[in-house]
Design a protein around this ligand. Structure first.
Ligand code: G3D
Ligand code: MG
Length: 204
């Protein structure tokens, strides 16, 4: 189970992206008000089925006042902006900072983020954020994967979520590996201590 949260300014298309990804629908009427709630979708990553739990906001992002439960235990964070709205791109920094502050992941430098520039179906003349500018930001923040999407035309939506799931899983496995190693060390230490208590010799 992976917990994914979607952050970004109001109106960038977070709910539409989730709706496209989970229900394969884009509807102008669709206005989910799901609050601190989530939708789930199973994805197959490298022959493994993983349930992704995707948390959307109910519009509280306007006030950047999402509750602790929203952030708690997130395995991945998708930062969304609208390529036709430069301000929504400028806000990515503060969304990222807010996420790191609220969820305080173990290793903020390697936490799996994905950046999504949405609404690429709109006319090129309306674009305010170039791909280059977005890529530079992602590079500067630790080589975050970047996708240009359209929730409306279903462009790159699956790819973005699939990559996110893979990166979150990789990260999780690294943590497990680390835990296994520390457990092994602990067991060694315990048996060593028991041995000494029994008067056994210990060649270390
Ligand atoms: P939010 O959840 O981030 O607040 P929404 O954003 O998903 O509610 O979308 C905000 C508006 O942008 C909606 O239009 C929605 O239809 C539109 N939108 C979302 N994604 C796309 C996209 O990929 N392309 C285009 N052209 N529009 C998109 P309204 O008019 O309902 O406000
Ligand atoms: Mg929404």
């Amino acid at each position: 189970m992976l917990k994914v949260i979607i952050l970004g300014d109001s109106g960038v298309g977070k709910t539409s992206l989730m709706n496209q990804y989970v229900n394969r629908k884009f509807s102008n009427q669709y206005k989910a008000t799901i609050g601190a709630d989530f939708l789930t979708k199973d994805v197959v990553v490298d022959d493994k089925t993983v349930t992704t739990q995707i948390w959307d906001t109910a519009g509280q992002e306007r006030f950047q006042s999402l509750g602790v439960a929203f952030y708690r235990g997130a395995d991945c964070c998708v930062l969304v902006f609208d390529v036709t709205n430069s301000k929504s791109f400028d806000q990515l920094d503060s969304w990222r900072d807010e996420f790191l502050l609220q969820s305080s992941p173990k290793d903020p430098d390697t936490f799996p983020f994905v950046v999504v520039g949405n609404k690429v179906d709109l006319e090129e003349s309306r674009r305010q954020v170039s791909q280059k500018r977005a890529l530079q930001w992602c590079l500067q923040k630790g080589n975050i994967p970047y996708f240009e999407t359209s929730a409306k035309e279903a462009i790159n939506v699956d790819l973005a979520f699939q990559t996110m799931a893979r990166n979150a899983l990789d990260q999780e496995m690294e943590v497990e590996l680390y835990n296994d190693v520390t457990d092994a060390v602990r067991i060694d230490a315990e048996s060593g201590a028991a041995g000494r208590a029994n008067g056994d010799s210990c060649v270390c």
